[in-house]
Design a protein around this ligand. Structure first.
Ligand SMILES: NC(=O)c1ccc[n+]([C@@H]2O[C@H](COP(=O)([O-])OP(=O)(O)OC[C@H]3O[C@@H](n4cnc5c(N)ncnc54)[C@H](OP(=O)(O)O)[C@@H]3O)[C@@H](O)[C@H]2O)c1
Length: 282
């Protein structure tokens, strides 16, 4: 079912990745949850959610260990995304951070390595380290996260747009600011966007407008929130689910086609931006 409904997006490198991946923030925090988290990730992979997003920051490396356990013996089936902390993103620090992530993930390469957010290290230094990692075969490609338009314009003074695989940013019905400038910028620079926290960490789910639209589709609020993010064909999303019921429910959003009246209802409650606002992050 999921594999039939799955759409794919082509990154600037030419790699096709599913538009619906799996997040891992807060995984690996508690020993008693780890087995369930591993099984949920594996269920997701079985259902075609082969893009997995993690970071050295999550549970201080614990989430990468959970991912490593989930992909053991099936590395080739997945497209792994991890992130370097800005405080580690120096020439030497980026390489060391990546090597530590590789060890925790139990793999020889990360498909896509992101700068988690902008820090104080000059962009050029981080970019050079990313390019070194590509040359060494430790990462397939690199990208950024939490970059606003100004940051992206500055990045373009150092590299070409096709070198940057994605910009991973906060985007959901209650965080539409990027529709004003960042999404158009990424589309015109052929840079796919990876939307994080697509259900606003479950805070969106009790919203009456979402529930109203969900009723029309015999669906749940989470499914509508995810279908809404995926209406834009330049977007990949990475909801996090650490139990199989949530995972299965979320995957079924791929079959939902929102209609004009649904957009009208949702826009009335969650209006699109009419001016520039600074990029929000969680
Ligand atoms: N680059 C960045 O700075 C950044 C920032 C934030 C997030 N991210 C990435 O994006 C991923 C997704 O964002 P997120 O984890 O912040 O938020 P999210 O995906 O919007 O929400 C995750 C939360 O929603 C719950 N949930 C999932 N499906 C549900 C359903 N069908 N019904 C009810 N609750 C449901 C999950 O519970 P259970 O776990 O119990 O299933 C979890 O508590 C992260 O995990 C991380 O990989 C990146």
């Amino acid at each position: 079912m999921a594999k039939q409904n799955m759409r794919y997006i082509t990154l600037p490198s030419g790699d096709d990745v599913p538009v619906f991946g799996q997040g891992t923030w807060f995984m690996g925090e508690r020993d008693s949850d780890i087995q369930r988290e591993i099984q949920t990730l594996q269920h997701g992979i079985d259902r075609g959610l082969t893009l997995i997003d993690t970071a050295e920051m999550y549970a201080d490396g614990g989430a990468e260990k959970v991912v490593g356990a989930a992909i053991k013996g099936r590395r080739d089936e997945v497209f792994l995304v991890s992130k370097v902390l800005p405080s580690n993103a120096s020439a030497r620090g980026t390489i060391t951070a990546c090597e530590n992530s590789l060890r925790r993930l139990g793999t020889e390469y990360i498909d896509l390595y992101l700068l988690h957010w902008r820090g104080h290290i000059p962009l050029e230094e981080t970019v050079n380290a990313m390019e070194d990692l590509v040359e060494q075969g430790k990462i397939g490609q690199w990208g950024v996260s939490n970059f606003d338009v100004d940051d992206l314009n500055e990045l373009m003074t150092v590299v070409d747009n096709e070198q940057v695989a994605t910009n991973q940013v906060l985007y959901n019905l209650s965080r539409r600011g990027i529709e004003y400038d960042l999404l158009p910028w990424c589309r015109s620079n052929s840079m796919p966007v990876m939307a994080y926290s697509p259900i606003e960490q479950a805070r969106l789910l009790k919203h009456p407008a979402l529930i109203e639209v969900a009723k029309r589709h015999n669906a749940t609020a989470a499914q509508i929130a995810l279908a809404w993010v995926l209406r834009d064909h330049n977007i990949i999303t990475i909801p996090k689910a650490s139990n199989i019921e949530h995972m299965v429910e979320n995957i079924d959003s791929l079959a939902i086609k929102l209609q004009h009246e649904d957009y009208v209802t949702l826009d009335a409650t969650f209006p699109p931006p009419s001016r520039k606002t600074a990029l929000e992050m969680l």
